[in-house]
Design a protein around this ligand. Structure first.
Ligand code: PLP
Length: 404
């Protein structure tokens, strides 16, 4: 039996909205997914019944908030199959997690060392490494991609070598939906002695993730792309790696003892969580992951794959449409129409109630590789329906005729 999204759409009040008198068709999930009532309830319950600062308080609410926050950490660890919840660092999102890693690895890199990324990366997984290279004298190397939007794995193996200190790779391209063979690439990079960070911003919403099976050192994702609020995310890091690396931000909670003569740092995970964290966000993230797990990430993945295949078939039947990325996609599908600017297309179909994203998708180097300034991107979540995909296709067809 295939999964029926109608069964869960009622969990999302926002999906019943109308835009310009038409039912909203929300296909901008790669930017931000919508939030189910169960997660909103968890946030509300936190502020109505639990709210207090965590870890240091002796009073009832402080203890309750601390317990709820640490239960959320354990829930995230279970979702990722982490060996320990101490490996789960709460961040404000993927960008924050990658910047954390790029900063704590700083001391390991120098002139002659190399950081390897790919053409498919989001700016969040490019710029922090460029900044690290500027500071350390290391060089940035880039794995090229083929015309179908898959990575050139021969080039990857050639680029990987004794100088590669870091491989920072997206699991799924937010622009094209390409699913990279991250386990295989991680294994090769580990054999070469590199640290490996996986940008899982687009993977955690669409696939089951098992960090122990993956074998990387770090994995970052954002709550707001996986049915949780904005401002919360996770950096998972392998304990033995994080234990030996220095802290980054200094402040409350990340210390054991502070003296003017010097400070000793806290153990994991608190060593990397300076200051008051987003307590409600962590609790809501755990609720969102539980909500998604109740459906099952395998089920979500299969349903979304069917939606994207349907979108690819329908859109490719429209005159002048070019699809980007391989046939097997996850999460997102990018396309362009000859003679039509993506911005005009996005604006026109928004008037028909269809929300897609247009532009460079924070992947300017990828757009440059394909000789475009941007594309139109439809990105799905488990609550999207086949009917919505058909509406997308018919609106794109209408808009294209109007704009040509
Ligand atoms: N990496 C990828 C692949 C993304 O899709 C995004 C957001 O679109 C990010 C990183 C950055 O995520 P955030 O803005 O939540 O930090």
């Amino acid at each position: 039996m295939s999964f029926d999204p109608a069964s869960i759409r009622e969990d999302f009040p926002i999906l019943a909205s109308e835009v310009n008198g038409r039912p909203l068709v929300y296909l901008d999930n790669a930017a931000t997914s919508q939030t189910p009532r169960q997660v909103l309830d968890a946030s509300r319950h936190y502020y109505e019944a639990v709210n207090a600062n965590i870890h240091r308080g002796t009073h009832h609410l402080a203890r309750a908030a601390t317990a709820a926050h640490e239960e959320a950490r354990q829930a995230v660890a279970r979702h990722l199959n982490a060996a320990s919840s101490d490996e789960v660092i709460f961040t404000s999102g993927t960008t924050d997690g990658i910047n954390l890693v790029a900063n704590i690895l700083g001391g390991e890199l120098g002139a002659g060392d190399e950081v390897l990324i790919s053409t498919l990366e989001h700016h969040s997984n490019i710029v922090p490494w460029q900044m690290l290279c500027e500071r350390s004298g290391a060089s940035l190397k880039v794995i090229p991609c083929h015309d179908d939007g898959t990575l050139d794995l021969d080039a990857f193996h050639q680029l990987l070598g004794g100088r590669t200190r870091v491989l920072a790779l997206t699991w799924i391209s937010n622009a094209f939906g390409t699913v990279n063979p991250v386990a295989e690439m991680t294994a090769a990079a580990k054999r070469a002695g590199a640290r490996v960070l996986i940008d899982a911003a687009q993977a955690v919403p669409h696939l089951p993730v098992d960090v122990q099976a993956l074998g990387a050192d770090f994995l970052a994702f954002s709550g707001h792309k996986v049915y949780a609020p904005t401002g919360i995310g996770v950096l998972w890091g392998r304990r033995e790696v994080l234990d030996e690396l220095p802290p980054w931000r200094g402040g409350g909670e990340m210390i054991k003892e502070v003296r003017f003569e010097g400070t000793t740092y806290n153990d994991l995970p608190f060593k990397y969580e300076a200051g008051t964290p987003n307590i409600e966000g962590a609790i809501a993230l755990a609720a969102a992951l539980a909500w998604a797990d109740a459906i099952g990430l395998d089920t979500i993945h299969r349903h979304e794959e069917q939606l994207l295949a349907r979108a690819a078939d329908a859109l490719s039947g429209i005159a002048g449409v070019r699809l980007y990325g391989p046939r097997r996609r996850a999460g997102a599908l990018s396309f362009a129409i000859e003679g039509v600017h993506h911005y005009d297309l996005g604006t026109l179909i928004d008037q028909m109630g269809v929300a897609v994203r247009t532009g460079h998708h924070c992947c300017q180097p990828l757009m440059a590789r394909f000789g475009v300034t941007g594309t139109t991107r439809a990105s799905v979540a488990c609550y999207n329906t086949a009917e919505e995909i058909d509406t997308l296709a018919s609106c794109v067809e209408k808009a294209a005729m109007m704009l040509k």
